[in-house]
Design a protein around this ligand. Sequence first.
Ligand SMILES: [Zn+2]
Ligand SMILES: [Zn+2]
Length: 433
Amino acid sequence: MLEKHPLCNHCLGRQFALLGYGLDNKKRGEALKLMLTMKGHKLALLREKAGVSLLKTMATNGSFDMAAEILRKTKKRVGKRRECHLCEGQFKLLQELVDSSVEKLQDYEYGTFLVGIELPTNVEEREDEFKAEFAVKHGESMRNEFSRNIGKKLSEITQKTTEYAKPEVVVLVNPFTKQVTLQVNPLYIMGRYKKLIRGIPQSKWLCSECRGKGCPRCNGTGKMYSESVEEIIAGPTLQKTCGEETAFHAAGREDVDARMLGPGRPFIIEVKKPKKRFINLQNLARTINKQAEDKVKVLNLCVADRDMVRKLKKAEAAQKIYKVIVEFDRNISDEELEALEKTLTNLLVHQQTPLRVLHRRADRIREKHIYTTKIKRLKPSRVEMRIRCQGGLYIKELITGDEGRTDPNVTKIVNAKAKPLELDVLNVVMEGS
Ligand SMILES: [Zn+2]
Ligand SMILES: [Zn+2]
């Protein structure tokens, strides 16, 4: 190998990485060069030509000091050291790469990390050709050696652990450009929220007139509503984690004019590029609830991960329990209420996308189950209904019928025009909770 190409200790040793235990590639390379130099020295002492030529190879392509020294002492021409054919000498920069990684990492709190290596294509191709040329069978890749070495030094310095599946920070190192970039993975905080008043949307709702730029309609705020559950939770969260931005995920959503009561709705707030991730969640909950002034309340905050976001989205179809106050356009008899309660139990409802959400959802018919309904009379023409149903059923439309798009519906069953006055979500039942 060395006869043909100059190789540093790392790159020579790496071709035999699977041979021998407990020594790194650099030591392997050194040992091989030492052995060959000793062999060259022996042959040279026997006045064999091959000896001097082997020593010359070690001094030039091997950049091996001992070989150069022997040649010098025997008054032979030494020749110039040559830069490594594979890494172009980048393994000498290992410490420099580690130092700049440590410096970048200082700005962030994390417990686990992973080192990723970016190599120029020509470097990788050159290594592949080299391995093919010498039929290397017990070697390791340059990428591996870089990431293993840098990872080991980083974990010694920072006292953090390497984690392959879900690292909190990925340190991307390009040894050839000396660029170090951090990919800081998001922090996920899970909990439940209650919305105790009406008139707040779940997520930030851009002004339909100006799409967020600000116009007279929205008083320059760019928003339809001055606040949202998302913003109320995101504000303090962003502040405490020093993140760049947040994304809000929830198991379904309630209407702006519906409250979210009971044990609350499961949500996950995702903080992108958090500088702090070991925050006191009880403290955070307290701050959010204080600033929310009894409009919104968060509870059960805990750390989550990306998989749970997916589960949460699936849970949108989980069971929901609603409370709705319904006003009829005439007085309703007890018999009628009894019949209604019976009809609205174990019922399959065909619901075409409501007119009011047509602008954001595809127009199609969905089948949703109602499991149970309990009805309580409030006035001759007014009742309170508690409906336990499959998630995704639009309750307001179940009451009005939405011009026949929801079938069956309360208006049709009772044969009296029914109107929802107040809607509350009492529970979002998550699987396994
Ligand atoms: Zn090298
Ligand atoms: Zn506007």
